[in-house]
Design a binder for this molecule. Structure first.
Ligand code: ARG
Length: 415
């Protein structure tokens, strides 16, 4: 049972802790309000690739703020293999643009938090989400599915503090603020970075350059295009320029290439799970390279019917993942279909990176459903063009009849 906090005191709470202002204030607030022991947990999803000290600093901060224990888990590999790969196989772009970078990480963090809570004998898991976003849904649904007897606490809903109150609270309790002047609310992992708040809340204003941290502005990107060759096996990217790479290295290199060429800057007016519309901005270089590449290869090796149906499955998969419903058995059903279709998605794709764009320019597969002899414009083609008359006659039959019937209705004045 968990519909917010049901008690005035808790013995032990596990807190999903990022080290930022919100979760640091929460760490103190939970001890203060519920007299609870708090165990903190930070997930390494590759948010600080470049800085190995980052997680040590977070741990020290948590301990200083009273955490009785702290867990840092390196989840980079499993994040790629169990969350991002399925998303690539499903060509997951929410509302046709957003590769779900934040969305994919949440269920994984939630499952690990639930495991820690069980191990620690905690009564509740707390997280720092507001009551307006998608992340709360992704955490809540997953944690409650895995550990139905735990409560999920959401202090930001309970306490009614604004950002100024939080800053005051932080000052009162001596909470160090790492990036005090941080304008934007951001979330980062190895698949992408999202930025919200401040001027970004005005959809009519162009997102300022200081809201980007990873990618160069496309106009500042190199003047010479770079063509990369990505190898896929069963729908999964496995090599770059003919060199086999481990998932983390492959992602790291693609990330750097994308950032250098200004690839992956996207934004949209997004429909959130709770019904709000929100202007969201992202830098997702890896997704903006891999998804078009995968999509194009998959299209090449699949039939017209498979491609048409896959589109529907992909849309549904993406919606489920966006809304954090990984635990819903439909997700397993959809994955079974997606995996089956991806068995043949093997081959390579060349992608041209140039001033903010990543375009597929060539592809090859041993399973490509393409026959040069049939498709060629050359007169030697084995395609029987005469058969087209019969094909068109029957293919268009019902449409022609419908059109003529409608025209008759119009001339009879019935429409
Ligand atoms: N709108 C995105 C999503 O729901 C990003 C949320 C990012 N969170 C943040 N704290 N900035 O997946």
């Amino acid at each position: 049972m968990s519909l917010g906090s049901s008690k005035t005191t808790y013995k032990k709470i596990v807190l999903c802790y990022s080290g930022g202002l919100d979760t640091s204030v929460i760490l103190k607030w939970l001890q203060d309000t519920y007299k609870a022991q708090v165990v903190t947990f930070t997930a390494d999803l590759g948010q600080e690739f470049a800085d190995p000290t980052h997680f040590k600093v977070i741990e020290e901060k948590a301990k200083k703020l009273g955490a009785v224990a702290h867990y840092t888990l390196d989840l980079k590999k499993v994040f790629i293999t169990d969350y991002i790969y399925p998303a690539i196989k499903a060509n997951a772009l929410y509302q046709n643009v957003y590769p779900l970078s934040t969305a994919l990480g949440r269920p994984l963090i939630a499952i690990e938090a639930a495991k820690i809570a069980k191990k620690e004998g905690a009564e509740a898991v707390a997280h720092g989400c507001t009551g307006k976003g998608n992340d709360q849904v992704r955490f809540n649904v997953t944690i409650r599915a895995y550990t139905p007897d735990l409560e999920v606490l959401q202090p930001v809903i309970e306490w009614g503090m604004g950002r100024d109150d939080e800053l005051k609270y932080a000052e009162k309790f001596g909470i160090p603020i790492l990036k005090a002047n941080k304008k934007y609310s951001t979330d980062e992992n190895l698949y992408g970075r999202s930025a919200e708040c401040d001027i970004l809340e005005k959809p009519e204003e162009i997102a300022p350059e200081d809201s980007k941290e990873w990618t160069v502005a496309p106009q500042q990107a190199p003047d010479i295009p770079e063509i990369i060759k990505i190898g896929f096996e069963k729908g999964i990217p496995v090599s770059l320029n003919d060199e086999k790479l481990e998932p983390i290295s492959l992602f790291r290199i693609l990330h750097d290439l994308g950032c250098k060429h200004g690839v992956g800057r996207i934004e949209q007016m997004e429909d959130r799970a709770v019904g709000l519309k929100s202007r969201e901005t992202y830098e997702t270089p890896v997704g903006c390279i891999l998804i078009p590449a995968h999509f194009e290869l998959e299209k090449y090796v699949s039939t017209k019917n498979e491609n048409a149906f896959k589109y529907l499955v992909d849309q549904r998969w993406t919606q489920m993942a966006y809304e954090g419903l990984w635990v819903d058995p439909l997700m397993d059903d959809l994955n079974a279909f997606v995996n089956e279709m991806n068995v043949k998605v093997t081959g390579w794709v060349k992608v041209r990176l140039f001033k903010g764009s990543a375009n597929v320019v060539a592809r090859q597969s041993p399973y490509g459903i393409y026959d040069l002899n049939l498709a060629t414009y050359d007169t030697k083609s084995t395609f029987n063009q005469k058969a087209s008359y019969g094909f068109m006659d029957l293919f268009g039959l019902s449409s022609r009849m419908g059109f003529q019937t409608k025209s008759r209705m119009k001339s009879d004045g019935k429409k």
